[in-house]
Write a protein that binds this ligand. Sequence first.
Ligand code: NDP
Length: 362
Amino acid sequence: MSASALKPSKLFHFTGLSSMYQRISRRFASKLVYSEYGDPIKVIHKEKEDVLEPETKQVLIKMLAAPVNPADINTIQGKYPSKPPLPAVPGNEGVGVIEKVGPEVEGLCEGDHVVPLTNNLGTWRTHLVLPTNNILKVPKNLGLVEAATLTVNPCTAYRMLRDFIPLKPGDTVIQNGANSACGQNVIQICRSWGVRTVNVVRSRPDIEKLKSYLMDLGATHVLTEEEVRSTDIFKAGKVDKPKLALNCVGGKSALEIMRYLQNGCPIITYGGMSREPVTVPTSALIFKDIKVRGFWMTRWSKEKSDSVERIEMFEELISMMTNNDLRGPVYEMIKFDNYTEALMNTMTVKGMIGKKFILDFS
Ligand code: NDP
C-alpha cells in the first residue's frame, strides 16, 4: 500500500481520531522572546510555538547556528537605533537549512543552506518561515561559523574597505579593536587584496598569543594601544602612512589611529566599545583635512537591498571563505538551551572576551 493511501483524513474521519493524529503530528519550535526592552538576562525567555507551514514563495528553515553580536545586546536593551516591534525574537543573522519549500518556490530546495538577509528577522529560534526574497542560498561547503556570521561583520569590513577611499596593493589601513570579529575580517580581506594592516589591540597577560593569532590571519603589524603611541614603523618607512583608519573603540584609541593618517584621508567610526566619544584635534581638521565619517551596515543593506553591489559583495566574500582566505571569528558554540551563558559573556562591559558566542540549535 502506498503512503498516500494512508491519508489520516480517510482513515480517521469518522472515528474522532483525526484530531488526535493532528495533535501527534503537531511539531513544536522554540524561540527566545522579549516583550520589553531591558537587561537581556531578565527580559528574554524561551517559548514554544508551532512549526508553521511555508506559504506561497516561502520556505521553512531549520536554524543551525546564530551568533550573539554586541548590537543584539544593545537592541534588546533598547539602546540601538533599529527597534523591532515588541514582542520580538532577538538575533540579526545566522544560517539554517531548508526543511520545506512552499508553492511556487523556484531555485531553492530542501537541504539547501540559507542565510536570512533582512535585519531583525529574529534568528534566535529553531525554526523560521521566510519569503524567498529574504534569504540568500549559500554553498554547503561554506563553514557553519562563516555562514552564520556572514551578513554583519564580513560585510561591514568589506564595505568600509571599498567605499571610502580607493585602496591598492601596498597601501596601509590602520584599525583599533583589531581582534574584534570585524577587525579579523579587515585583516584577512586586506591580506587578500595585498593591502597592509596596522592593528591596534588592548594589552593583556597573553598578548603575544593574540598578536601571533592576528599575524597568522595576515596582519602586517600588531601593536598594543601603548605601543602605537611611540611606534616608529611609519617614520622608519616599514609601512606607508595609512590611507584609512577604522575605529570601533572611540576615546583615546581613536585619536591614536587618526594621528597617523595621510592628509585628506578618512577615519571611519563603526563602533563605540569604550563608550567614550571620538574627539578630533582641531589641527587634524585644519592642517590635515582628515575626513571624519561613520558607517552603519544596517543602513547600507536597506539602501542597497536589491543592488548588484550587494550580490557582488556576497559572491566575493563567500568565494574568499570557501577558498580558505577568509575564516570566521574565534568562537565558542553554545547549546541553545544555555543561551544565557552566551548573553552574559557578550554583555561584559570590560571586554577581553576573546571570542564570539554562537548559538547552536542542533
Ligand atoms: P566582538 O565582540 O567580536 O569584539 C569586540 C571588540 O571590542 C574587541 O576588539 C574588544 O577588545 C573590544 N572591546 C570590548 N570592550 C571594550 C572596551 N571597554 N574598551 C575597548 N575595547 C573594547 O565584536 P564585533 O566585531 O561583532 O563588533 C565590534 C564593534 O563593531 C561593536 O561595537 C559593534 O557594535 C560594531 N559593529 C558595527 C557595525 C556597523 O554597521 N556599524 C557592524 C558590525 C559591528 P578586547 O578583547 O580588548 O576586549
